[in-house]
Design a protein around this ligand. Structure first.
Ligand SMILES: C[S@@+](CC[C@H](N)C(=O)[O-])C[C@H]1O[C@@H](n2cnc3c(N)ncnc32)[C@H](O)[C@@H]1O
Length: 336
């Protein structure tokens, strides 16, 4: 079922700016929030513009589903008003009530003062336009695998020649290793409508969040959650497709994590000294858990060179997304 076909390169794909920082030098210290007089900020657009200025002055880091201050500001304004981020434009010129305005200003100042990712402040993150509950028990979802499921595995791809499997409807079993909030398991259940999905995490508290999301999507009969250490959690089971976004930050990256990421579970980042301690275990064991026609889709961040040095003979197919280049590979069972 799995095809080792080269996907069409996407033009304009650029190196991901995973951690975009507004100019930090402007303020080492965050001053008390400026007073905003009544009537100064009237519309959603006014409040978004104000948030962009405040985030930039304060040197806030964006790495949690938004990659710049404009998207972050729109997310916060929309969440405070119970709007989907896609609805911002439609309501940009609408006025907010005094109560709504205060709520938005409070969120802006909380974001700056605590450096918590905005997703934790509103307990929500979007992936491929779908909302997921999040709190500090799980990393904020931002995996590139969501987009790749759509582009190369039969989701909403416009280009058939980019498909890496013959028939998404024929996929019977999927494993999501390192599931965190369960976001990728849930997206996989949509990409492969006839599949059951097993989702594994070492963290019991992360699985509690995943269970909430699975229930929110009414997928209890299709997505099963298991606690354990990688493949140990599933015994000798085999799958048509394994997806995984494991921890892959190396020791230097862990030491340099921005303040925002320090609010997230370290277990979700820590990939050991060279960053690929878990990736190695996954690559070494995946064949024993794949059907003969199966394949493994694995995100590894910036560790491509380290992985290629460690596995020079493996024909890894590197996949690009809108905001990443070569941070996820695909490999078929027969090539492992
Ligand atoms: C980068 S996060 C990915 C979460 C989610 N799949 C996503 O994309 O948002 C990695 C996850 O792996 C889990 N994890 C870490 N070590 C693990 C292990 N040895 N076995 C299973 N899960 C592990 C962490 O608890 C964390 O939830």
């Amino acid at each position: 079922m799995a095809k080792a076909k080269k996907p069409v390169a996407r033009s304009g794909a650029k190196r991901a700016a995973k951690t975009t920082s507004a100019k930090k030098s402007r303020s080492a210290r965050v001053a008390a929030p400026p007073k905003v007089a009544s009537g100064e900020l009237v519309t959603l657009l006014d409040l978004m513009r104000y948030a962009v200025s405040r985030f930039t002055e304060a040197g806030v880091v964006f790495a949690h589903g938004t990659t710049d201050p404009v998207a972050e500001a729109a997310f916060i304004v929309c969440e405070a008003l119970h709007l989907h981020p896609d609805q911002f434009e439609m309501f940009a010129a609408a006025r907010v009530t005094a109560h709504e305005g205060r709520r938005i200003l409070a969120l802006i100042e909380q974001r700056i003062a605590t450096r918590k990712p905005a997703a934790y402040l509103v307990n929500k993150a979007y992936m491929r336009g779908l909302p997921f509950y999040v709190d500090q028990r799980v990393i904020v979802p931002r995996s590139f695998i969501g987009e790749l499921l759509e582009q190369h595995f039969g989701g909403v791809a416009e280009d058939d020649s980019a498909a890496l499997i013959d028939d998404p409807f024929a996929v019977g079993r999927v494993l999501d290793l390192c599931t965190g909030s369960g976001c990728l398991a849930i997206l996989a259940s949509r990409a492969f409508p006839n599949a059951t999905v097993d989702a594994v995490d070492l963290s019991g508290v992360a699985l509690a969040v995943a269970a909430r999301n699975v229930a929110d999507y009414g997928l209890e009969d299709r997505v099963s959650l298991y606690q354990g250490d990688l493949f140990d959690a599933v015994g000798t089971e085999r799958y048509d497709i394994i997806i995984t976004n494991p921890p892959y930050v190396d020791a230097q990256g862990m030491a340099d994590l921005p303040r925002e990421c320090r609010h997230e579970p370290a277990l979700a980042f820590d990939g050991g000294d060279d960053g690929i301690v878990l990736v190695r275990r996954i690559l070494d064991q995946a064949k024993d858990h794949l059907t003969v026609d199966g394949g493994l889709l694995c995100e590894i961040g910036r560790g491509r060179e380290v992985v290629e040095d460690a596995y020079p003979d493996l024909p890894l197919l590197w996949l690009d997304t809108e905001e990443s280049e070569g941070e996820v590979f695909w490999i078929t069972a027969d090539a492992l």
